[in-house]
Design a protein around this ligand. Structure first.
Ligand code: 5GP
Ligand code: ZN
Length: 119
């Protein structure tokens, strides 16, 4: 059995371009791509290219990387044209949140009025 957690990780595979995705932009640390099942007119996922399973698994010293993801989320909102109308950045973490992909990803949702509190 492989000990490489990134080998079978869907979002690592997207970051390596082994699985196709509609990429918005990327740099050496982060990747922004369209969610395959959009829940709003704008629905982008921002991931760190380095594998981190969830926020709970983020190692010490991740501040800069996680901050880069937030800055990228803001850029994604601007590129999708929802920066002025507003958007929500969501980081599902663990079972009660509904997290299904265990590679940290920030959802950027906008383009419609979003309900609060979330379901
Ligand atoms: P979670 O519930 O883990 O926070 O959200 C996972 C998200 O990943 C979901 O919104 C889902 O639609 C998205 N997703 C799952 N598989 C794929 C895929 O293969 N490609 C893309 N672009 N998004 C995916
Ligand atoms: Zn991964």
């Amino acid at each position: 059995m492989s000990l490489d957690k990134t080998a079978d990780c869907l979002f690592c595979r997207i970051a390596r371009k082994e699985v196709p995705a509609k990429v918005l932009f990327e740099d050496d640390r982060v990747l922004a791509f369209e969610d395959i099942r959009p829940q709003a007119p704008a629905h982008v996922l921002v991931i760190p290219k380095a594998h981190i399973a969830s926020l709970e698994d983020a190692p010490a010293g991740s501040e800069e990387l996680l901050g880069a993801c937030l800055v990228a989320a803001r850029r994604a909102a601007r590129e999708k044209g929802v920066d002025a109308t507003g958007y929500r950045v969501v980081l599902n973490t663990g079972p009660d949140s509904g997290q299904v992909v265990f590679h940290v990803h920030f959802h950027v949702l906008g383009g419609r009025r979003l309900g609060w509190p979330p379901g």
